[in-house]
Design a protein around this ligand. Sequence first.
Ligand code: TRP
Length: 329
Amino acid sequence: METVLSGIRSTGHLHLGNYFGALRNYIKMQDEYNCFFFIADLHSLTTHPHPADFHAGVKTILCEYLASGLDPQKSAIFVQSDVPEVSELYVLLNMIAYKGELERTASFKEKVRKQEDNVNAGLLTYPVLMAADILIHRAHKVPVGKDQEQHLEMARVLARRFNNMYGTDVFPEPQAFNFGSDLVKVPGLDGSGKMGKSEGNGVYLIDDEKTIHKKVMKAVTDSGPTEPNSKMPDSIENIFTLLKIVSTPDTVAHFTEAYNNCSIRYGDLKKQLAADICKHTLPIRERIEEIYNDEAYLHNVAKRGRELARESASATLREVRAVVGFKSF
Ligand code: TRP
C-alpha cells in the first residue's frame, strides 16, 4: 500500500477551503492508503509564537482535524515535535541542501520581503524540514496546494541527491497527490480568489450560525443582472461556486434560473447559502467542542499517533544512519 502524508501548520483555524478542498479527500484516502497526517508545530516556530499560544494552536488544529473525520484508528495523526527523528533527519539533510537553492525559493523570498526583521535560519531551511517530514516516512504521495509545490520539488531534489551521494535507494521521490476531478476549489467571500487563512475572506468550521450568516450577507455582490443570460462577474460566480459545494442541485438550479431571467435577489441567495453552509459545519463545530474538552481522548489520540509515527520514522533513520556511516562503539 502506498504511503500518503500531509502536514498543516499549527496556526489559525480550519476554514471551508481546508474542509472541502482537502479534508474531505483525506477522509476517503484513509481507506486506500497508509496515511500520515501531522501538525507542523516546528514549522510554526519560525514566527516565534508565545509558548501559551503555541500549544493552543496545536490543540485547535488537532481537534478540528478529528472533528472533520480524520480517524486515528485508520491513520497516524500526530504532532511533528513528538517525533524527534524528524529533527535528526533535518540536520542530516541540511548538510546536502545548498544556501543558493534555499535562497531562491519563492516562499523564502516572500518572507524576506514581508518580515525583514525576522529572517531566521529556520525560514531559510523551512523546505529542508518539510523534506525531512516527508522522507522520514518514505511517503510516495503528498497532497499539496500550489504554494507548496516548490517545497515538494525540493524534497525530491534532496531525496535524489542523498540517494546518489550515498549510492542508495533509501528514499523514494515523493510525488504530488493528484486529486483529479475530486479537487474542489473553494472561493473566498470577497469576490477575489480562493478562500485562505491570511486573506480574511473565510468561513471557519468553528464559526457559529450568527457569524456565518453575517459573513455571508457581507459577501461582495453587484447590483444584479439587467440582461437575461448575462455572464456572471467573478464575485457572483464565486457565490454560485460555494452554493454548488454546499447546496442541493435543485437549489443551485433555482438560483441559476433566477439569475438568468434577472429576477434574482442576492439577499435570498445569501440566506440560502448561509443556511446550507451551517448544515455542513454546525455538526462539526459541536464535535470540535466535545473533543476540545475531552483531554483523555486527545491524550490517547496523540499517543497512538506518536507511536505509529515514531515506529515508521525510526526504521528509516536506522537505515539512513547506517548509510551515512554512523557506527556505535
Ligand atoms: N509547509 C506546509 C504548509 O505551509 C505544511 C507542511 C509542513 C507540510 N511539512 C509538510 C505539508 C510536509 C506537506 C508535507 O502548508
